[in-house]
Structures are given as C-alpha cells and as structure tokens.
Design a protein around this ligand. Structure first.
Ligand SMILES: [Zn+2]
Length: 468
C-alpha cells in the first residue's frame, strides 16, 4: 500500500487518487523578484522527486506550479533595478527556470503566471461576495473567516489562538476595515502612482496572494485535486486561506493530500538575510567546483519532511557519494551490451532490490531507505563486474540503476566539477614524466594529485582523472 503523510490529518494515509491512474498535483511556486535561495530549491527538488516517482509508478501526473509575478516584492525590486514589474518578473522567472534545469527539475506540465488569470480572479471574488462569504470596504475585499467552520484545521491551532495572534499584528487600514482579525484580503485597492493595478468592480487593485493559487488550481486542475504541496511555512496562513476560499467557492473538497517539506538551515542557523547566511542557487551554480547534480542530490537525500542542514562541508560529503555513483555508472556503460546471458543470481537480487526500493518510496517517499537500496545495487554492480559479468548482466544493472537515479535527478554520469587549483599543471607535468619514462616522478605526482581528491588512472589512451 502506498502511503503519504497528510499535514491536514497529521497522519500517513493510504494514497488513492481521485481518478484511477492519474494524479493532479500543485506546488506553490516562487514570487519572481529575486534569485531563489536554497530553501526554495529544496521544495522544488523534493516535489520533482515525488512527481518523478509517481510517474515511474505508472501514474499520469499533471504537475502545475505557478509564478507569482506581482505584488510588493516585485514592485520594490523594480524600483531598485530601474525595471518595470513585468521586466522584474520576466528576468527572475527566466533565472528560476535556468536554476531548475541545472538541478534536473522537469518542466511543469503548466507553469501559470498570476497576471494571466486576472479575469478569473475577479470573477472568483465576485462569487464569494455574492455568496455572502466576503465583504468589501473602500475598494478592499476580505474573506469572512468566521463563516468557514474548519478554518483553523490545517494550521493545527485553535481559532481563538489564531484570532489572538492575528489581532496582535493588526495595524493601520486593516485594523479599521477587517471584521475579524483573521479575515484576509482577496483583493487589495491599488492607487499608488506608477504601480500596476487591474480593473475590478471595486476599483483598480490587485489580488491577494492566496487567491492566485486557488484560482489557478481551479482553472488548470479542477475543483478537487490530489496533492497540494509546498514548504511547511506555507501551511498557515497561505494554504489555510487557499483552502477556506476554495471550499467556500465550490462547496466541494479542495485537496485530498497536503504535503509539506521541511526547512533548510544554513550552517546550523535559520537562513535569513539579516544573518548574512542567505544562499542562492544562482551563486552556488556560479562556482564551477559545485556539480549541479551533486547539489540536487544533497537536497534530495534527506526525507522531504525533515530539515536539511546545509554547509559547504556537507555538500562536499554528498558529492563523494555522487562521484561513487558516477564511477560505477560509467563502468557499467562501458561494459553493458546485449552479448551473453543475464546472470540469474544478479537478476534475482535486482528484482528483490526493486521490490525494496518500491516499498521504501511507497512509505511516504522514504528516500533514505531507497538510497540504501541504490548503494547496495551499486556494490552488486561493482562486484559483478569484477567477477567478469556478461555484457547482458551489466546492461540489466545499468537499466535498473538509471531508472532509480532518474527519480533522484541524476541523469548523466560525467564529472562536471572544475579541477582544483594547480591540478591541471600537475597532470601535465605527470604526462611529461611518463613520456620521459620517469616513473618515480610520475608516481610522486599521482600521490600529490590524490591528496587533492583526484584519482589518476593510466591506460592505452594515456592518463585519465576521476574524483575520489
Ligand atoms: Zn500557493
């Protein structure tokens, strides 16, 4: 039985999609006003892995993830860079897609932008007003949280607590206009000069952030979806508000499984601009000593609900595991072919390993257990090759491992990192020493390269180098 942990019930539940064989999945995407940080990337990577696993299990997955391309952050960044809001959104949407591609995140089935759905958003608000579930004050429209009895469920707090906390944060206009402190804006009046506003029956304005996701889900995936995903910080208020307004709108269930990923801590502290430990994917990928697939693997090797502790040292440790995968996969690629027969003992072990891989991933995507199986299969592959496995046996192992590794975003097995400083010069010196048959010097240089984490091998074509 396949199970997923539902934040709504706080339990692992049996997974059964609305329509047999199909999964409708939505992930809250980034506000495109800056380069994404490692926490945003973790969410994208975790749910890309889940999507790929579900696809591998035979589901037809429709995966929608949005760009929030409006709002105060986009406006402020535009002022900083001398760009229009649309230019800011385009620039950072492109940057996100480039980062996502580098991390082997598959393109979404649809990647909607909030500004393309303004008509639908206005209609959504009009209907909530008509149903008496919202109210308008001075061009702002608020959702009436009191009329939605399950409002607090997803937040796992009680309504009194939520009201008390919200009341503590109320200030300015909100204080005067809101009937209840927990009420949230569906539509905000916008009359500042030079700021984009959209027409509505309540005057020029823009939608609230929560409304965007509800409307795009409705437009692209339907009234009720299987999986709604995002970072755990989105469970309240963002998803709580999405849920309240969507259920009120349709009077139908909105989401069957709420999946949330854990935080990323940087150097054992919460990541924040003020601590100066804000790590962007753009900066990490600009470093040619970092392998994008290694970064992907680092983010995915921790179970999606647990926190990831980032440090450069831990990233480098994860890279060693990736290098091990590369080495074995390259050896398999050299040996794999159709000749010979498949070793039945290897076949049997691979079949058992695949069953264990499925059992691990079916258990709320237990990647740690799934990776244990992968590393056992790599050991099996290396042992089989040492024992002179047939080309057909190598091919079987290669195929199985390729399928599993694809789920984790590992798709090609060439080294991508730049060599350490000075390594290239040492390699040239060593090649020269070998040509001059100075084997003592060439061995000394090989050992020196080893201290840099590089393994030099010699064969007929000359020397080649691998990361240890
Ligand atoms: Zn959302």
């Amino acid at each position: 039985m396949q199970t997923v942990y539902n934040t709504y019930s706080l339990e692992k539940e049996s997974f059964s999609p609305i329509e047999k064989g199909k999964v409708r999945m939505y992930l809250c995407g980034p506000t495109v006003y800056n380069y994404i940080h490692i926490g945003n990337a973790r969410s994208s990577v975790a749910f890309d892995t889940i999507r790929k696993y579900l696809t591998w299990r035979g589901y037809d997955v429709t995966f929608v993830s949005n760009f929030t391309d409006l709002g105060d952050k986009v406006i402020a960044q535009g002022k900083k860079e001398g760009l229009t809001e649309a230019e800011v959104a385009d620039k950072y949407a492109d940057a996100f897609l480039a980062d996502a591609a580098a991390l082997h995140i598959a393109p979404a089935t649809v990647r909607p932008r909030a500004t393309y759905y303004m008509k639908e958003m206005v209609a959504f608000v009009e209907q909530l007003l008509a149903q008496g579930q919202a109210y308008e004050v001075n061009g702002d429209v608020y959702f009436k949280t009191n009329q939605f009895k399950d409002y607090a469920v997803l937040s796992h707090q009680n309504m009194a607590e939520l009201k008390k906390n919200a009341a503590g944060r109320l200030e300015g206009e909100d204080q005067e206009e809101k009937h209840e402190a927990t009420d949230f804006a569906l539509w905000k009046r916008e009359d500042r000069p030079g700021v984009t506003a959209w027409p509505s029956p309540w005057g020029p304005g823009r939608p609230g952030w929560h409304l965007e996701c509800s409307v795009m889900i409705d437009a692209l995936l339907g009234e009720t979806i299987d999986i709604h995903a995002g970072g755990i910080d989105l469970a309240f208020p963002h998803h709580t508000n999405e849920l309240a307004q969507s259920v009120s709108f349709h009077d139908r269930p909105f989401v069957n499984y709420w999946l949330h990923n854990g935080f990323v801590n940087v150097n054992d502290e919460k990541m924040s601009k003020s601590l100066g430990n804000f790590v962007t994917i753009h900066d990490l990928l600009a470093d040619d000593r970092i392998d994008p697939q290694g970064l992907r693997y680092f983010l995915v090797k921790t179970h999606y609900r647990r926190p990831v502790a980032y440090s450069r040292e831990r990233l480098d440790q994860a890279q060693q595991e990736v290098d091990k995968i590369y080495r074995t996969m390259r050896s398999l690629a050299k040996q794999a072919g159709s000749e010979g027969v498949v070793d039945p003992r290897v076949q049997e072990q691979v079949t058992l390993q695949n069953e264990r891989f499925i059992a691990a991933m079916d258990d709320d995507f237990n990647v740690e257990n799934a990776l244990t199986v992968i590393f056992e299969a790599l050991t099996l592959a290396n042992r089989s090759m040492q024992e002179g496995a047939s080309a057909a046996t190598a091919l079987l192992l290669q195929k199985q491992l390729t399928e599993w590794l694809h789920i984790f975003g590992l798709d090609d097995f060439e080294e991508k990192r730049a060599l350490p400083d000075g390594a290239k010069a040492l390699l040239e010196k060593r090649a020269a020493a070998r040509s001059a048959k100075d084997f003592e010097e060439s061995d000394r240089l090989r050992d020196e390269l080893k201290t840099m984490g590089l393994l030099v091998k010699d064969d007929r074509d000359g020397q080649s180098v691998e990361w240890l």
